[in-house]
Design a protein around this ligand. Structure first.
Ligand SMILES: Nc1ncnc2c1ncn2[C@@H]1O[C@H](COP(=O)(O)OP(=O)(O)OP(=O)(O)O)[C@@H](O)[C@H]1O
Length: 278
């Protein structure tokens, strides 16, 4: 049984200009221990799809799917209470803006402890020990001191490490990382990607990596879904996708990688729109 199995997921938003179809019938399957990358440019519906899984879309969204299962449990029919047991514990998510995702009023140690309080039965002393353990696991220096730091006293990369610590606090079976390195400096991006891959390999959790960056796909993924304007263009294992891309849009994304540059200017996807028939 797959960890996550979604069939024909559609999301439509009610907007002032009328209904807007953000996702138009996409399938996603993630096996236990697998890294799936969902790649596509801005607006392709990558985030919307995973926010639908997490139940985090606003009321203006209408979500339909023929199947939406986590470990065989139907996510569509879970009560709010049952959903809280799965979301944030078995499935967790990290976002692009680590500083904005943390509460500025509380220390990072407190915020990590709150996550443990919500989802585990650990006592106070055990929680404090686990917080230090988690901070070590994500490579935060001097965790005994850093527990008392507020988010604004940390760098973006360190805040993302805290967010990752929060996300793995309850040993999730599936972690969804939505552009986890986009807001960070280039040198830090690589460190955070390496950390995510290491945590995934050590724990065996499934990982969904949402990205617009084929470089990130190459570094992390086992399998790749390429999305464009709410539709799936292509799905393949990572080697086949890079060696033998089937769809013109995938070739467009690949040609935007710096190592594939031929002229004095990098091509963009818009150079291919129309020509490739998508
Ligand atoms: N709450 C909302 N109301 C209306 N439209 C929305 C809402 N949230 C997202 N959309 C639209 O849905 C489409 C898909 O958005 P989504 O955030 O999933 O794109 P994405 O591929 O993740 O790109 P990005 O990397 O920019 O987030 C976009 O056109 C976006 O404007």
């Amino acid at each position: 049984m797959p960890l996550l199995e979604i069939r024909n997921l559609k999301v439509e938003f009610a907007t002032a200009k009328g209904p807007f179809k953000a996702l138009d019938g996409v399938d996603y399957t993630v096996e236990a221990g697998e890294v799936l990358a969902i790649v596509g440019e801005s607006g392709s519906g990558k985030s919307v799809a995973m926010l639908a899984v997490m139940g985090l879309l606003p009321d203006t969204a209408t979500i339909t799917a023929d199947k939406m299962e986590f470990e065989g449990r139907d996510l569509r029919t879970l009560s709010a209470k049952e959903r809280r047991k799965v979301i944030g514990k078995d499935i967790s998510m990290i976002f692009q803006e680590p500083i904005a995702s943390l509460n500025p009023c509380f220390t990072v140690g407190h915020q990590l402890e709150e996550t443990l309080k919500a989802h585990t039965t650990l006592g106070r002393r055990e929680r404090k020990a686990r917080v230090i353990e988690l901070m070590k696991a994500v490579g935060l220096p001097k965790p005994e001191e850093r527990v008392s730091a507020f988010p604004h006293q940390m760098s973006g990369g360190q805040c993302q490490r805290v967010m990752i610590a929060m996300a793995i606090a309850c040993a999730p079976k599936l972690l969804i990382a939505d552009e986890p390195t986009t807001a960070l400096d280039v040198t830090i991006q690589k460190q955070i990607l390496d950390l995510l891959v290491k945590l995934q390999q050590d724990s065996g959790m499934g990982l969904i990596m949402i990205t617009h960056d084929m470089g990130v796909v190459a570094e992390t993924a086992d399998r790749v879904i390429v999305q464009y304007k709410g539709n799936k263009m292509e799905e393949a294992d990572v080697l086949s996708l890079f060696e033998n891309p089937q769809h013109a849009y995938t070739r467009a994304l690949l040609s935007a990688l710096p190592e594939n540059a031929t002229g004095d200017r990098l091509p963009t996807v818009s150079d291919f729109v129309g020509a490739g028939g998508f």
